[in-house]
Design a protein around this ligand. Structure first.
Ligand code: NAP
Length: 284
């Protein structure tokens, strides 16, 4: 495996990042998994990932037969991201694929939103992802080409009640992706986005999210997490053509593997969605 291609996954400690790291490992890549693996923002109404979560991703990647390198950084900190990529290049000699996936979500109506909720989402999701791209892109140019894949969201394609900061960050990522695709194509680098629907991960499975889904339907949450979870799941199941409340992280990972592949060499500047059919509710 020592001459296999190298994929870097951010937000690798769990969720979509972990599922994609394992899928890339199974597809034959050496994998570097980066994560903050600590509380990124008090805007998060859900438990943060831990160093043990990142280690578990490593165990799964190695179990799939691939080489693994864990890297810890906060993607808001450009010099820490630079150090992380230097560690990866020192270990693997270069990079071929970057899945810039790390992110957070917080809910707050505009009229009540603290500066922190706004800034943390923009700083982590948008500026942090741009930091990763700006540091990774020259390494891909040196390599003679490569793949960049960004995680946006359906909430980067429509407005989100009580979720303006998140929506703004995820719309911004589509602008970043398309602009980077225009600039980097001449170097043989493709840049695309994946659009996850509501995925069964810590980022989605919590009371603030259930409340948001219930309010979007014109009702009020009870505050009882179990009841609100059932109400939200039923609403989702009615809404999604494929009849599931949440999509699994493993259903997003194959899109990442395809976009990373040689076969996707003529695919750039676009997005691929795994939403349980919710994409049918979105224009274009
Ligand atoms: P997740 O399980 O919470 O994974 C996200 C990972 O990113 C966490 O391990 C998190 O670490 C890490 N992270 C957060 N801030 C970071 C920072 N500043 N620097 C480095 N790492 C950081 O959530 P997920 O559902 O897999 O989400 C992955 C991506 O998919 C995110 O960009 C999210 O916005 C997007 N997405 C998710 C859904 C969904 O329904 N789940 C839908 C559409 C898009 P901590 O937890 O320790 O902060």
């Amino acid at each position: 495996m020592s001459d296999s291609r190298v994929a870097v996954v951010t937000g690798a400690a769990r969720g979509i990042g972990r599922a994609s790291a394992v899928a890339l490992a199974k597809a034959g890549y050496r994998v570097a998994g980066a994560d903050i693996a600590a509380l990124a923002s008090s805007a998060m109404d859900y438990r943060p990932a831990t160093p043990e979560d990142l280690a578990e991703t490593g165990r799964l990647v190695e179990e799939a037969g691939a080489e693994w390198l864990p890297v810890v950084f906060d993607q808001r900190d450009k010099s820490a991201v630079q150090d992380g990529f230097s560690q990866i290049v020192d270990r693997f000699g270069g990079i071929d694929v970057v899945f810039a996936n790390a992110g957070i979500q917080g809910f707050a109506p505009l009229l009540e939103m603290s500066d922190e909720v706004w800034h943390d989402q923009i700083d982590i999701n948008l500026t942090g992802t741009a930091n990763v791209l700006r540091i990774a892109a020259p390494l891909l140019v040196q390599r003679g080409g490569g793949r960049i894949i960004i995680t946006s969201s359906t909430q980067g394609q429509h407005g989100t009640l009580d979720g303006s900061g998140y929506s703004a960050s995820k719309w911004g990522l589509l602008g970043l992706m398309k602009s980077a695709a225009l600039e980097l194509g001449q170097y043989g680098i493709t840049v695309n986005a994946v659009i996850p629907g509501l995925i069964d991960t810590a980022l989605t499975r919590h009371e603030d999210r259930y409340a948001q889904i219930i309010r979007s339907g014109g009702n009020e949450p009870t505050g009882d997490v179990e009841k609100d979870e059932q109400t939200a799941a039923a609403a989702q199941q009615r809404k999604l053509p494929l009849g599931v409340p949440w999509v699994e992280a493993e259903d997003v990972a194959p899109l990442v593997v395809f976009l990373a592949s040689e076969e996707a060499r003529m695919v750039s500047g676009t997005s691929f969605a795994a939403t349980g059919g919710d994409s049918a509710n979105i224009t274009a």
